[in-house]
Design a protein around this ligand. Structure first.
Ligand SMILES: Cc1cc2nc3c(=O)[nH]c(=O)nc-3n(C[C@H](O)[C@H](O)[C@H](O)COP(=O)(O)OP(=O)(O)OC[C@H]3O[C@@H](n4cnc5c(N)ncnc54)[C@H](O)[C@@H]3O)c2cc1C
Ligand code: SF4
Length: 322
Protein backbone atom coordinates (compact mmCIF):
# COMPACT_ATOMS: atom_id res chain seq x y z
CA UNK A 1 0.00 0.00 0.00
CA UNK A 2 1.31 3.47 -0.83
CA UNK A 3 1.63 6.33 1.64
CA UNK A 4 -1.44 8.55 1.98
CA UNK A 5 -2.70 11.31 4.23
CA UNK A 6 -5.96 11.09 6.16
CA UNK A 7 -8.62 13.42 7.55
CA UNK A 8 -11.99 13.02 9.20
CA UNK A 9 -14.65 15.28 7.69
CA UNK A 10 -16.99 17.23 10.00
CA UNK A 11 -19.75 18.05 7.51
CA UNK A 12 -20.77 16.75 4.06
CA UNK A 13 -19.91 20.10 2.42
CA UNK A 14 -16.48 20.10 4.09
CA UNK A 15 -15.86 16.55 2.83
CA UNK A 16 -16.80 17.52 -0.73
CA UNK A 17 -14.67 20.69 -0.62
CA UNK A 18 -11.65 18.76 0.70
CA UNK A 19 -12.05 16.11 -2.01
CA UNK A 20 -11.97 18.72 -4.75
CA UNK A 21 -9.05 20.61 -3.16
CA UNK A 22 -6.80 17.57 -2.65
CA UNK A 23 -5.77 15.95 -5.96
CA UNK A 24 -6.20 12.17 -5.87
CA UNK A 25 -8.43 12.21 -2.77
CA UNK A 26 -11.04 9.51 -2.08
CA UNK A 27 -13.86 9.26 0.44
CA UNK A 28 -13.72 6.22 2.67
CA UNK A 29 -16.84 4.76 4.32
CA UNK A 30 -16.90 1.05 5.29
CA UNK A 31 -13.62 0.56 3.41
CA UNK A 32 -14.60 -2.99 2.38
CA UNK A 33 -13.91 -2.28 -1.29
CA UNK A 34 -11.54 0.69 -1.25
CA UNK A 35 -9.02 -0.80 1.19
CA UNK A 36 -8.78 -4.03 -0.82
CA UNK A 37 -8.12 -1.97 -3.95
CA UNK A 38 -5.50 0.10 -2.14
CA UNK A 39 -3.68 -3.01 -0.89
CA UNK A 40 -3.48 -4.23 -4.49
CA UNK A 41 -2.39 -0.74 -5.65
CA UNK A 42 -5.32 -0.60 -8.07
CA UNK A 43 -6.51 2.54 -6.29
CA UNK A 44 -3.70 4.76 -5.01
CA UNK A 45 -5.34 7.77 -3.36
CA UNK A 46 -2.95 10.38 -2.04
CA UNK A 47 -5.49 11.45 0.57
CA UNK A 48 -8.40 9.72 2.33
CA UNK A 49 -11.41 11.63 3.61
CA UNK A 50 -13.16 9.54 6.27
CA UNK A 51 -16.90 10.25 6.09
CA UNK A 52 -17.91 7.89 8.91
CA UNK A 53 -18.51 10.69 11.44
CA UNK A 54 -21.05 12.52 9.26
CA UNK A 55 -24.70 12.57 10.32
CA UNK A 56 -25.80 10.48 7.34
CA UNK A 57 -26.75 7.28 9.14
CA UNK A 58 -30.54 7.58 9.44
CA UNK A 59 -33.46 5.98 7.59
CA UNK A 60 -36.34 8.48 7.63
CA UNK A 61 -39.82 8.81 6.10
CA UNK A 62 -40.13 11.55 3.48
CA UNK A 63 -43.06 13.99 3.37
CA UNK A 64 -44.53 12.29 0.32
CA UNK A 65 -44.63 8.78 1.78
CA UNK A 66 -41.22 7.58 0.59
CA UNK A 67 -38.04 6.78 2.48
CA UNK A 68 -34.69 8.57 2.72
CA UNK A 69 -31.68 6.36 3.41
CA UNK A 70 -28.54 8.11 4.65
CA UNK A 71 -25.35 7.39 2.71
CA UNK A 72 -23.76 5.84 5.81
CA UNK A 73 -26.59 3.45 6.69
CA UNK A 74 -24.93 0.04 6.88
CA UNK A 75 -26.23 -2.74 4.65
CA UNK A 76 -27.17 -4.86 7.70
CA UNK A 77 -29.24 -2.06 9.25
CA UNK A 78 -30.98 -1.27 5.98
CA UNK A 79 -31.90 -4.89 5.27
CA UNK A 80 -33.34 -5.24 8.80
CA UNK A 81 -35.21 -1.92 8.88
CA UNK A 82 -38.91 -2.59 9.57
CA UNK A 83 -40.22 -0.26 6.83
CA UNK A 84 -37.78 -1.64 4.28
CA UNK A 85 -38.78 -5.21 5.12
CA UNK A 86 -42.49 -4.39 4.95
CA UNK A 87 -42.71 -1.96 2.00
CA UNK A 88 -39.51 -2.46 -0.02
CA UNK A 89 -38.93 -6.19 0.38
CA UNK A 90 -36.96 -6.45 -2.86
CA UNK A 91 -34.31 -4.17 -1.33
CA UNK A 92 -34.04 -6.11 1.91
CA UNK A 93 -33.70 -9.39 -0.02
CA UNK A 94 -31.10 -8.00 -2.41
CA UNK A 95 -28.99 -6.71 0.47
CA UNK A 96 -29.11 -10.04 2.28
CA UNK A 97 -28.02 -11.82 -0.92
CA UNK A 98 -24.81 -9.75 -0.98
CA UNK A 99 -21.41 -10.42 0.59
CA UNK A 100 -21.34 -11.84 4.15
CA UNK A 101 -22.80 -10.75 7.49
CA UNK A 102 -19.47 -9.24 8.57
CA UNK A 103 -19.09 -7.28 5.33
CA UNK A 104 -22.70 -6.06 5.45
CA UNK A 105 -22.07 -4.76 8.98
CA UNK A 106 -19.40 -2.42 7.59
CA UNK A 107 -20.65 -1.75 4.03
CA UNK A 108 -22.56 1.49 3.54
CA UNK A 109 -25.33 2.52 1.15
CA UNK A 110 -23.11 4.94 -0.81
CA UNK A 111 -20.10 2.62 -0.83
CA UNK A 112 -22.24 -0.22 -2.14
CA UNK A 113 -23.48 1.90 -5.06
CA UNK A 114 -19.89 2.87 -5.91
CA UNK A 115 -18.13 -0.47 -5.46
CA UNK A 116 -15.90 -1.34 -8.40
CA UNK A 117 -16.30 -4.23 -10.82
CA UNK A 118 -15.19 -7.78 -10.01
CA UNK A 119 -13.73 -8.38 -13.48
CA UNK A 120 -10.69 -10.59 -12.69
CA UNK A 121 -8.40 -8.58 -15.01
CA UNK A 122 -9.26 -5.33 -13.21
CA UNK A 123 -7.72 -6.90 -10.09
CA UNK A 124 -4.59 -8.19 -11.87
CA UNK A 125 -2.16 -5.33 -12.42
CA UNK A 126 -0.13 -7.47 -14.86
CA UNK A 127 -3.04 -7.50 -17.31
CA UNK A 128 -4.30 -4.82 -19.70
CA UNK A 129 -7.49 -3.19 -18.45
CA UNK A 130 -9.01 -0.01 -19.87
CA UNK A 131 -10.94 0.59 -16.68
CA UNK A 132 -7.80 0.50 -14.51
CA UNK A 133 -5.40 2.07 -17.03
CA UNK A 134 -7.32 3.96 -19.74
CA UNK A 135 -6.16 3.05 -23.25
CA UNK A 136 -4.26 -0.10 -22.18
CA UNK A 137 -6.72 -2.57 -23.74
CA UNK A 138 -9.20 -5.11 -22.40
CA UNK A 139 -7.89 -8.54 -21.44
CA UNK A 140 -11.41 -9.89 -20.87
CA UNK A 141 -12.40 -9.58 -24.52
CA UNK A 142 -10.99 -12.80 -25.96
CA UNK A 143 -9.99 -13.89 -22.44
CA UNK A 144 -11.93 -15.32 -19.48
CA UNK A 145 -15.30 -13.61 -19.63
CA UNK A 146 -17.68 -16.04 -17.91
CA UNK A 147 -18.80 -13.57 -15.19
CA UNK A 148 -18.90 -10.52 -17.46
CA UNK A 149 -21.50 -8.49 -19.34
CA UNK A 150 -23.67 -9.72 -22.20
CA UNK A 151 -25.42 -6.40 -22.77
CA UNK A 152 -24.45 -2.73 -22.46
CA UNK A 153 -20.71 -3.38 -22.84
CA UNK A 154 -18.43 -1.90 -25.50
CA UNK A 155 -15.30 -2.84 -27.45
CA UNK A 156 -13.36 -1.20 -24.60
CA UNK A 157 -14.94 -2.98 -21.60
CA UNK A 158 -17.46 -5.73 -20.79
CA UNK A 159 -17.33 -5.50 -17.00
CA UNK A 160 -20.49 -5.91 -14.91
CA UNK A 161 -21.55 -3.80 -11.96
CA UNK A 162 -21.42 -6.14 -8.97
CA UNK A 163 -23.95 -4.59 -6.56
CA UNK A 164 -27.08 -6.53 -5.62
CA UNK A 165 -28.52 -3.54 -3.73
CA UNK A 166 -28.33 -1.27 -6.79
CA UNK A 167 -30.47 -3.68 -8.86
CA UNK A 168 -33.24 -3.48 -6.27
CA UNK A 169 -32.90 0.31 -6.07
CA UNK A 170 -33.22 0.50 -9.86
CA UNK A 171 -36.50 -1.40 -9.75
CA UNK A 172 -37.71 0.90 -6.96
CA UNK A 173 -36.91 4.06 -8.99
CA UNK A 174 -34.53 5.36 -6.33
CA UNK A 175 -32.76 8.73 -6.60
CA UNK A 176 -29.35 9.64 -5.27
CA UNK A 177 -28.80 12.86 -3.31
CA UNK A 178 -25.40 14.52 -3.46
CA UNK A 179 -23.53 17.61 -2.34
CA UNK A 180 -20.78 19.27 -4.36
CA UNK A 181 -17.70 21.17 -3.28
CA UNK A 182 -19.48 24.54 -3.61
CA UNK A 183 -22.27 23.28 -1.32
CA UNK A 184 -24.76 22.80 -4.20
CA UNK A 185 -26.98 19.78 -3.82
CA UNK A 186 -28.62 17.71 -6.53
CA UNK A 187 -30.76 14.61 -6.94
CA UNK A 188 -29.88 12.06 -9.63
CA UNK A 189 -32.38 9.36 -10.64
CA UNK A 190 -30.59 6.00 -10.43
CA UNK A 191 -31.56 5.43 -14.08
CA UNK A 192 -29.16 8.29 -14.98
CA UNK A 193 -26.49 7.64 -12.32
CA UNK A 194 -24.32 4.95 -13.96
CA UNK A 195 -22.59 5.48 -17.31
CA UNK A 196 -22.17 2.77 -19.93
CA UNK A 197 -18.47 2.13 -20.67
CA UNK A 198 -18.27 3.32 -24.29
CA UNK A 199 -14.69 4.51 -24.86
CA UNK A 200 -14.24 5.65 -21.25
CA UNK A 201 -14.88 2.64 -18.99
CA UNK A 202 -12.93 4.30 -16.15
CA UNK A 203 -15.75 6.89 -15.84
CA UNK A 204 -18.48 4.89 -14.14
CA UNK A 205 -21.00 7.43 -12.88
CA UNK A 206 -22.13 11.00 -13.53
CA UNK A 207 -20.64 12.18 -10.20
CA UNK A 208 -18.38 15.25 -10.54
CA UNK A 209 -14.94 15.39 -8.87
CA UNK A 210 -15.45 15.83 -5.13
CA UNK A 211 -19.20 15.16 -5.23
CA UNK A 212 -20.35 13.30 -2.11
CA UNK A 213 -23.40 11.04 -1.94
CA UNK A 214 -25.50 12.05 1.06
CA UNK A 215 -28.36 9.62 0.67
CA UNK A 216 -30.77 7.63 -1.45
CA UNK A 217 -34.49 8.42 -1.71
CA UNK A 218 -37.08 5.76 -2.43
CA UNK A 219 -40.46 6.95 -3.72
CA UNK A 220 -43.71 5.74 -2.13
CA UNK A 221 -43.84 1.93 -1.85
CA UNK A 222 -44.96 0.35 -5.13
CA UNK A 223 -47.02 -2.45 -3.51
CA UNK A 224 -47.11 -5.87 -5.17
CA UNK A 225 -44.98 -8.94 -4.55
CA UNK A 226 -41.27 -8.25 -4.13
CA UNK A 227 -38.69 -10.81 -5.29
CA UNK A 228 -34.91 -10.91 -5.58
CA UNK A 229 -33.39 -14.06 -7.10
CA UNK A 230 -29.59 -14.34 -7.38
CA UNK A 231 -27.90 -17.14 -9.32
CA UNK A 232 -24.21 -17.64 -8.57
CA UNK A 233 -21.50 -20.27 -8.61
CA UNK A 234 -21.62 -20.77 -4.81
CA UNK A 235 -24.66 -20.51 -2.56
CA UNK A 236 -23.15 -17.67 -0.55
CA UNK A 237 -20.31 -15.16 -0.63
CA UNK A 238 -20.28 -14.93 -4.43
CA UNK A 239 -21.30 -12.30 -6.94
CA UNK A 240 -24.29 -12.77 -9.25
CA UNK A 241 -23.97 -14.50 -12.60
CA UNK A 242 -27.53 -13.32 -13.13
CA UNK A 243 -29.93 -11.73 -10.68
CA UNK A 244 -33.52 -10.62 -11.04
CA UNK A 245 -35.18 -7.90 -8.95
CA UNK A 246 -38.91 -7.72 -9.48
CA UNK A 247 -42.04 -6.06 -8.13
CA UNK A 248 -45.07 -7.86 -9.52
CA UNK A 249 -48.63 -6.59 -9.19
CA UNK A 250 -51.67 -8.89 -8.91
CA UNK A 251 -52.65 -8.23 -12.56
CA UNK A 252 -49.28 -9.61 -13.76
CA UNK A 253 -47.77 -6.23 -14.65
CA UNK A 254 -44.84 -4.80 -12.74
CA UNK A 255 -41.17 -3.87 -12.81
CA UNK A 256 -38.10 -5.96 -13.39
CA UNK A 257 -34.33 -5.38 -13.52
CA UNK A 258 -31.36 -7.69 -14.06
CA UNK A 259 -28.03 -7.77 -12.28
CA UNK A 260 -24.86 -9.59 -13.32
CA UNK A 261 -25.41 -9.06 -17.05
CA UNK A 262 -24.48 -5.43 -17.71
CA UNK A 263 -22.21 -2.57 -16.57
CA UNK A 264 -25.14 -1.19 -14.57
CA UNK A 265 -28.42 -2.53 -13.14
CA UNK A 266 -30.29 -3.39 -16.32
CA UNK A 267 -33.89 -2.28 -16.75
CA UNK A 268 -35.75 -1.67 -20.04
CA UNK A 269 -39.23 -0.12 -19.94
CA UNK A 270 -40.54 -2.02 -23.00
CA UNK A 271 -39.59 -5.32 -21.42
CA UNK A 272 -41.89 -4.68 -18.49
CA UNK A 273 -44.83 -4.15 -20.79
CA UNK A 274 -44.21 -7.73 -21.97
CA UNK A 275 -44.52 -9.19 -18.46
CA UNK A 276 -48.04 -10.54 -18.96
CA UNK A 277 -46.72 -12.41 -22.06
CA UNK A 278 -44.20 -14.37 -19.99
CA UNK A 279 -40.49 -14.70 -19.34
CA UNK A 280 -39.33 -15.33 -22.90
CA UNK A 281 -40.95 -12.11 -24.12
CA UNK A 282 -39.47 -10.13 -21.22
CA UNK A 283 -35.98 -11.58 -21.68
CA UNK A 284 -36.07 -10.96 -25.44
CA UNK A 285 -36.66 -7.26 -24.88
CA UNK A 286 -34.34 -6.89 -21.90
CA UNK A 287 -31.48 -8.54 -23.76
CA UNK A 288 -32.14 -7.05 -27.21
CA UNK A 289 -28.77 -6.25 -28.79
CA UNK A 290 -26.91 -8.57 -26.39
CA UNK A 291 -23.35 -9.44 -27.47
CA UNK A 292 -22.38 -12.40 -25.29
CA UNK A 293 -19.00 -14.11 -25.63
CA UNK A 294 -18.58 -17.88 -26.05
CA UNK A 295 -17.81 -17.98 -22.29
CA UNK A 296 -20.94 -16.21 -21.09
CA UNK A 297 -23.60 -16.94 -23.74
CA UNK A 298 -25.19 -19.22 -21.10
CA UNK A 299 -26.36 -16.04 -19.30
CA UNK A 300 -28.98 -15.42 -22.00
CA UNK A 301 -30.75 -18.69 -21.18
CA UNK A 302 -30.04 -18.32 -17.46
CA UNK A 303 -31.63 -14.86 -17.41
CA UNK A 304 -34.77 -16.11 -19.16
CA UNK A 305 -35.09 -19.11 -16.81
CA UNK A 306 -34.52 -16.97 -13.73
CA UNK A 307 -37.16 -14.49 -14.86
CA UNK A 308 -39.54 -17.41 -15.49
CA UNK A 309 -38.95 -18.79 -12.02
CA UNK A 310 -39.49 -15.37 -10.42
CA UNK A 311 -42.75 -14.80 -12.31
CA UNK A 312 -43.96 -18.29 -11.36
CA UNK A 313 -43.13 -17.79 -7.70
CA UNK A 314 -44.80 -14.37 -7.64
CA UNK A 315 -47.95 -15.93 -9.09
CA UNK A 316 -47.88 -18.65 -6.43
CA UNK A 317 -47.41 -16.07 -3.65
CA UNK A 318 -50.33 -14.01 -4.98
CA UNK A 319 -52.55 -17.10 -5.33
CA UNK A 320 -51.81 -17.93 -1.68
CA UNK A 321 -52.73 -14.39 -0.60
CA UNK A 322 -55.99 -14.81 -2.55
C1 LIG B 1 -15.47 -10.86 -0.31
C2 LIG B 1 -16.52 -9.86 -0.71
C3 LIG B 1 -17.73 -10.32 -1.22
C4 LIG B 1 -18.70 -9.40 -1.61
N1 LIG B 1 -19.89 -9.85 -2.13
C5 LIG B 1 -20.81 -8.96 -2.56
C6 LIG B 1 -22.03 -9.39 -3.16
O1 LIG B 1 -22.29 -10.58 -3.29
N2 LIG B 1 -22.92 -8.44 -3.56
C7 LIG B 1 -22.66 -7.10 -3.41
O2 LIG B 1 -23.51 -6.28 -3.79
N3 LIG B 1 -21.53 -6.67 -2.88
C8 LIG B 1 -20.60 -7.56 -2.45
N4 LIG B 1 -19.43 -7.13 -1.91
C9 LIG B 1 -19.12 -5.70 -1.98
C10 LIG B 1 -19.54 -4.93 -0.79
O3 LIG B 1 -20.96 -4.86 -0.79
C11 LIG B 1 -18.93 -3.54 -0.96
O4 LIG B 1 -17.53 -3.70 -0.74
C12 LIG B 1 -19.49 -2.52 -0.01
O5 LIG B 1 -20.87 -2.36 -0.23
C13 LIG B 1 -18.80 -1.20 -0.21
O6 LIG B 1 -19.25 -0.30 0.79
P1 LIG B 1 -18.20 0.44 1.73
O7 LIG B 1 -18.97 1.37 2.58
O8 LIG B 1 -17.31 -0.51 2.42
O9 LIG B 1 -17.40 1.24 0.61
P2 LIG B 1 -15.90 1.78 0.61
O10 LIG B 1 -14.97 0.66 0.32
O11 LIG B 1 -15.63 2.63 1.79
O12 LIG B 1 -15.99 2.75 -0.67
C14 LIG B 1 -16.30 2.26 -1.95
C15 LIG B 1 -16.26 3.44 -2.93
O13 LIG B 1 -17.31 4.35 -2.62
C16 LIG B 1 -16.78 5.67 -2.42
N5 LIG B 1 -17.64 6.29 -1.41
C17 LIG B 1 -17.97 5.79 -0.19
N6 LIG B 1 -18.86 6.60 0.41
C18 LIG B 1 -19.12 7.63 -0.45
C19 LIG B 1 -19.97 8.77 -0.42
N7 LIG B 1 -20.76 9.03 0.63
N8 LIG B 1 -20.00 9.58 -1.50
C20 LIG B 1 -19.20 9.34 -2.59
N9 LIG B 1 -18.35 8.29 -2.65
C21 LIG B 1 -18.33 7.43 -1.60
C22 LIG B 1 -15.34 5.46 -1.98
O14 LIG B 1 -14.54 6.59 -2.27
C23 LIG B 1 -14.97 4.26 -2.83
O15 LIG B 1 -14.61 4.68 -4.12
C24 LIG B 1 -18.45 -8.01 -1.49
C25 LIG B 1 -17.23 -7.56 -0.96
C26 LIG B 1 -16.27 -8.46 -0.59
C27 LIG B 1 -14.97 -7.94 -0.03
S1 SF4 C 1 -13.81 -5.91 -19.04
FE1 SF4 C 1 -13.40 -3.84 -18.32
S2 SF4 C 1 -12.63 -4.19 -16.25
FE2 SF4 C 1 -12.41 -6.14 -17.36
S3 SF4 C 1 -10.37 -6.12 -18.33
FE3 SF4 C 1 -11.79 -5.29 -19.81
S4 SF4 C 1 -11.62 -3.08 -19.44
FE4 SF4 C 1 -10.86 -4.06 -17.62
Amino acid sequence: MRVFTYQKAATPAEAAAAALRMPGARFIAGGTNLLDLMKLEIETPAHLIDVNGLALDKVEATNDGGLRIGALVRNTALAAHATVRRDYGVLSRALLAGASAQLRNKATTAGNLLQRTRCPYFYDTNQACNKRVPGSGCSAIGGFSRPLAIVGGSDACIATHPSDMAVAMRVLDASIDTVRADGAVRTIPIADFYRLPGNTPHVETVLQPGELITGVVLPRPPGGTHMYRKVRDRASYAFALVSVAAVILPDGTGRLALGGVAPQPWRVAGAEQAMPDGAAAVARQLLAGARPTDDNAFKVTLAERTIASVLREAQAVQAKKG
